[in-house]
Each structure stands twice: as structure tokens, then as C-alpha cells.
Write a protein of this length. Sequence first.
Length: 302
Amino acid sequence: MSKYSLDYLDHLESEAIHIFREVAGQFERPALLFSGGKDSITLVQLALKAFRPGKFPFPLVHIDTGHNFPEALKYRDELAERLGEKLIVRNVEDTIKAKNLTEPKGKFASRNALQTFTLLDTIEEFKFDACIGGARRDEEKARAKERIFSVRDEFGQWDPKLQRPELWNTYNGRINKGENVRVFPISNWTELDVWNYIRREKIELPSIYFSHERDVIDHEGQLVAVSDFIKLDATDTVLKKTVRYRTVGDMTCTAAVESKADNIDDIISEITATKTSERGETRIDDKVSEAAMEDRKKNGYF
């Protein structure tokens, strides 16, 4: 084999860089949605390869629900400062007050559905015509229906039946006034691909992804972190467990997994052995109904 042969990560990287440059070439006001999670961190690394030594042709945008893990927020702010890239943060709390929205009630009162309002308002505020995100097709079945360039109508809604063909890596970014496109450069990646790329590129991650001790409760077999955002019942028993997170969403809806994996090699070994997707194992909000994610996406959720 030639020393110049590309491995599969090179091919995935090349495809993603091509998609980033297509966005820069086809859209006037793109944005990269950044949460401080591993997938959006991977997008930033790919954007660096696509555009450095120049600046990104888009800002980093975070829709902050107010229920985030502090480790992810700290990483978000430090990364934007270190790279010298513009970070726009819009808060769901502000939207709740401005629109007089009713917050969900109950034990795990997640704002995930409400962040759709903030996202759509942010798109309108800055006139974004493309929003880049880290969704992958192996995460959840509704996301498997998406194209890499996925059009949203003038109301921010998605119709899974109206998908554009994408042949020979040709992406159609033509949209009507008021429409926007969600773009998924790592759509063809898996969770394992992301971790192998993180290892190869030596990308730093928030500490939450590695094993640590945390106070949790066992909710229907899922380990949910004790925080100010959930309501403990009299029957709840607080446990101290050694855990890590496979995905980083809100503290109200993201469960940890028991793990002693404190380095990337051990995490990759765990992922290789597991038969459960990261969202299937750790996201409480996806268990509301069979079509929970698809329903949210139709209404404008990322």
C-alpha cells in the first residue's frame, strides 16, 4: 500500500471539508450551531481545516436552555476565545419571558422543545440562511431521514417527504426567500468515527466525557445527574457513581453511563462493544414517543 493512501477517516474528513466549503460558497449568512459537545467540537476542527489561516465565514451560535452542564459551557467559551471566533449566545430563558411561554412541569422539566422558539428567532434576527450542525444518521431514526442539505420552509418547519436528491456529492443550496437550510457535514459519520477522529486529531474535550464521580439517581435504569433542574422525590435515592457521558444535552434529559473509561482508547473500546446508540441509551426526551425527535424536527428543532 502506498504511503499516500487515504484511510477511511481521511475520506470522511475530505467529504466534510467539501461540505463546509459548499456552504461558504452557496450561502450568504451561514452559522455553525455549537454546544460544546463532541460532535460540534469535531465540526470546529473540520472548519479549521477548511478555512484556516482565514477566519471562519460564519459565527458559532449556541442556543442556551439554561440547563446545560457547566463543563460544556466552560469549554464553549474557552474554545471561542482561544480561536478568536465570534460566539453568539441566545438564551431560552429570554424567549420564555418575551413570548410568555409555559415551561414544562414535572420531574424532568426539559426546555428542549422550547429552544425551537429561540432558534427560529435567532435565525430571523441574524437572517441566517444555513445552520450547520453535528447531527449524525446513526443517532436517531428521524435524523437518518435527513439529507446533508436539509431545507426548512419559511416557518422553520421540516417536511421529511420533501427531500432533495443528493447525487455525486452535489448539494443544492437554492432556497426561496424566508427558507433556510440545515447542513450536516458529519451526517455519514458514526459515533465511533467521531471518537476515532478525536483520537487521531488529539482534540481536547470537556471533562464530562471521561469517567468521574457524580451524584445521580436511578430513573428507570438511567443514571440522571442530581442538579437544581430536576425535582427529587421522597423515593429517590442519591447514589455516587463513577460515570461518563456519551452525549451532552441538558441536565434535565441526558443520562450518564457507568464507566471507568478515563481515556479515549478505553472509550473507543466501550463503544465498539456496545449495542445501544448513544441517544437510545442516554436521552430521556427521545423516549416520550416513537416519533418524539421527528415531531420536534417538523416544528423547527435542529
